[in-house]
Design a protein around this ligand. Sequence first.
Ligand code: ZN
Length: 184
Amino acid sequence: MQEIIRQLLSELGEDASREGLLDTPKRVEKSLRFLTGGYQADVDEVLNNALFSVDYNEMVIVKDIDFYSLCEHHLLPFFGKCHVAYIPNGKVVGLSKIPRLVDIFSRRLQVQERLTNQIAETILAKVGPIGVGVVLEGQHLCMSMRGVEKQNSVAVTSAMLGTFRSDARTRAEFLELIRRPKTP
Ligand SMILES: [Zn+2]
């Protein structure tokens, strides 16, 4: 990978052998491997020992999860907040595992729509709730840096499954709860 990055630097009109760029290929490789580390991650391993039987059937919400991903069309970052909710059906997942799942799918080349769906579908498949809702609010540098859109525009995507799709009140409760400002 480092040789390809050196070639890329030359193609861009740079002198890849100048001091400031000498270690850049190594750094870029390391950073790209980290930012796409989701391909190597195993969902089942992350959720291992983190599913618990409970007698709780109200909505569980984890909101304002930071996510950072790379747009697959331009290899530029898109990032923002992810909100996840589900209604358990006898089983809950450890709360800290939800941001881990978000990381697994965001550390890949993505489009925001697919990222949103993958998070929702995975929770549906692995936790077996009666419904899942996921909302992502993302800022895309491929839009703002290239001047395609206004600097601060945010793309919002959502995936509603199970009762979150079939029951308007459940969906409304979720959307209302994530709109509420953070408690200090
Ligand atoms: Zn893009």
